[in-house]
Design a protein around this ligand. Structure first.
Ligand SMILES: Cc1ncc(COP(=O)(O)O)c(C=O)c1O
Length: 383
């Protein structure tokens, strides 16, 4: 067997161009939300087929802004999948509302739409499906079972993904993206709200900037230096810096090449790992463009030579980093205590929490790295 390598689970595709892009804001001194953020927003909106994109400090804050702007508050319920990153549910709590979990489909890792109807109530204010790992949720099916209920896309992992020819972020009333370093494109931290809704964009814009009635640009570049904005809403400081905006512009220009490269190697994995009876590789249903934020497998422990955790440890010993796909939010301490739910209430999310494994897929890997991962996983089958 080949020697140990060092293959991280993820490594941002940043370099010389991003470094150079930082010069301008640093030299002009316009460091917070300004021209670079605006350029990033315009480019992102155009790439994702929406009229508006509003940059934020993270996807979590982007989601919080959308829910707040839609008036989600105490007494309301918001439907969320049980297998997702904790912030999908946290943002509902931030608003004083209740997250109502729905189990997931283990083939796609996304919300199981057939289970939504029994969770709808008079208090359902919105549905918050997640495009997990870059694969869009089945939005048309959700609209069919819950007509008239606003859909907010958690598109944290879905920059560049598409569903039936429509880009992620254009599928509901609003979408929220993440530019955390584990995502396909990154600004360090950062997020983006996308929408075609004029009312939503106006509120999100103001809420992002403390609830100000006037943008910083209007205030600082207008001919009336004495003007201070009015504050009619309880807002937040969720702005993106222009340093991040400058990096975002460069990263966005690389997005489609990044996804294409990831797609190629995801196909390689799926072909080379197809013969392993205990490893289910991710599926891309017809009509979907996967964004390949992560390549997440499901392990069938009854057939595998070792448990999921032992397999992850064995790969680690060869220098291959892996991670669980994500967690089942209903099993986290906060949610167990707050909502009194048991792990078995959402058995598929529970099992995804226990049996999923992301293997390295990013834009800093060589062909030799991919071959090494495949060889090493295949060798475990022969133990
Ligand atoms: C599905 C999902 N939603 C929300 C988030 C939160 O994104 P951020 O870290 O930008 O707040 C993440 C981040 O990992 C995520 O995976």
């Amino acid at each position: 067997m080949t020697k140990k390598r060092n293959i991280p689970i993820s490594h941002p595709g940043t370099g010389e161009e991003e470094w150079q892009a930082l010069r301008e804001p640093l030299m002009t001194g316009w460091l917070t939300q300004g021209p670079k953020v605006e350029a990033f927003e315009k480019g992102f909106a155009s790439r994702h087929g929406v009229k508006y994109a509003i940059a934020t400090s993270s996807c979590t804050t982007a989601l919080h802004l959308i829910l707040t702007a839609l008036g989600v508050s105490s007494g309301d319920e918001v439907i969320v999948p049980a297998f997702t990153w904790v912030s999908t549910a946290n943002v509902v709590l931030y608003c004083g509302a209740t997250p109502v979990f729905v189990d997931v489909d283990p083939n796609t890792f996304n919300i199981d739409v057939s289970q939504i109807p029994k969770k709808l109530s008079k208090r359902t204010k919105a549905i918050l499906p997640v495009h997990l790992f870059g694969l869009c949720a089945d939005i048309d099916a959700i609209t069919e079972v819950a007509p008239g209920i606003p859909i907010i896309e958690d598109a944290a992992c879905a920059s560049g993904s598409a569903y039936k020819g429509r880009p992620a972020g254009s599928l509901g009333i609003g979408g929220a993206f993440s530019f955390h370093p584990r995502k396909s494109i990154t600004t360090g931290e950062g997020g983006m709200v996308t929408t075609n809704d004029e009312e939503l964009v106006e509120k999100v814009n103001s809420l992002r900037n403390h609830g100000a009635s006037l943008s910083e640009e209007e205030r600082h570049h207008g001919p009336q230096p004495y003007i201070l904005p009015d504050f009619n809403l309880l807002g937040f400081n969720y702005r993106m810096t222009d340093l991040q905006g400058a990096v975002g512009v460069v990263q966005l220009s690389k997005l489609d090449d990044f996804i294409e490269e990831r797609r190629k190697w995801a196909n390689f994995y799926s072909e080379e790992l197809a013969g392993i009876p205990w490893l289910h590789t991710p599926v891309t249903p017809i009509g979907y463009r996967h964004g390949w934020q992560a390549y997440v497998c499901y392990l069938e422990e009854s057939k595998s030579p070792m448990s999921r955790n032992e397999i992850m440890k064995a790969l680690y010993s060869k220098g291959i980093q892996t991670r669980p796909g994500t967690h089942a939010v209903h099993m986290l301490g906060l949610y167990k205590q707050k909502l009194g739910i048991s792990p078995d209430d959402y058995p598929r999310a529970r099992d995804c929490d226990r049996y999923t494994m992301a293997i390295p897929l990013h834009n800093r890997m060589s062909a030799e790295d991919y071959e090494f991962v495949v060889k090493t996983i295949n060798s475990l089958s022969r133990i």
